[in-house]
Design a protein around this ligand. Sequence first.
Ligand SMILES: C[S@@+](CC[C@H](N)C(=O)[O-])C[C@H]1O[C@@H](n2cnc3c(N)ncnc32)[C@H](O)[C@@H]1O
Length: 244
Amino acid sequence: MTNTTHFGYQTVAEEEKVHKVAEVFHSVAAKYDVMNDLMSGGLHRIWKTFTIAQAGVRPGFKVLDIAGGTGDLAKAFAKQAGPSGEVWLTDINESMLRVGRDRLLNKGFTSPTLLCDAEKLPFPDNYFDRVTVAFGLRNMTHKEDALAEMRRVLKPGGKLLVLEFSKVWEPLQKPYDMYSFNVLPVLGKRIANDAESYRYLAESIRMHPDQETLKNMMQDAGLERVEYFNLTAGVAALHTGIKL
Ligand SMILES: C[S@@+](CC[C@H](N)C(=O)[O-])C[C@H]1O[C@@H](n2cnc3c(N)ncnc32)[C@H](O)[C@@H]1O
């Protein structure tokens, strides 16, 4: 029997989700950064700055950025880890990864970039000091497998940071829905010539586990001292956990 999952509000075969997510990111890659700034009014930069601060990367650290896309986090980590460090920019999508790799190179960072699936990471056990994933987990088909892989590649004492859209504070739900379902697809159409991908964005956010559910999933994956920080009234949340 075919296993099914969600692609936004649609129920689809697991394989189909993988293809549809790939189509979304091939389609938006070239306009991804400008759309992020427009859609969030620049807020994603503040959320990422907070995540980078919580990561506390020091010179010599080994860092894995999963679903790293256009490289915002990897760029900051490469600077902090310095020449003695090792910062990997990885993503399953070639179009996104190419934009990220070029951005890093343009800034003078020769960080390794690798096309790989978070659900099957090609790294040894106990290797990284930090593993990060920003706005990527939501798109993964088997989130539990991906979280287990993230834990596996962390060194004992290493930290996982998951930045993702989350459940917004209840009084803001209505205006947030209005914005997400009316404004985002129009912006997507105008700027990236793709309304559907931005409709998927709004739907996938609603289907993603809320703060407490994701915290439980991280604990079930074997992470300890799991906590989360609501950002902008829960529009996004940063979850962190340690491998002991
Ligand atoms: C919204 S973008 C986030 C990019 C970047 N981390 C950021 O915060 O700007 C989501 C990324 O997740 C990637 N992705 C989706 N499924 C993945 C998987 N199974 N493994 C690795 N990356 C995946 C997509 O290709 C896409 O580049």
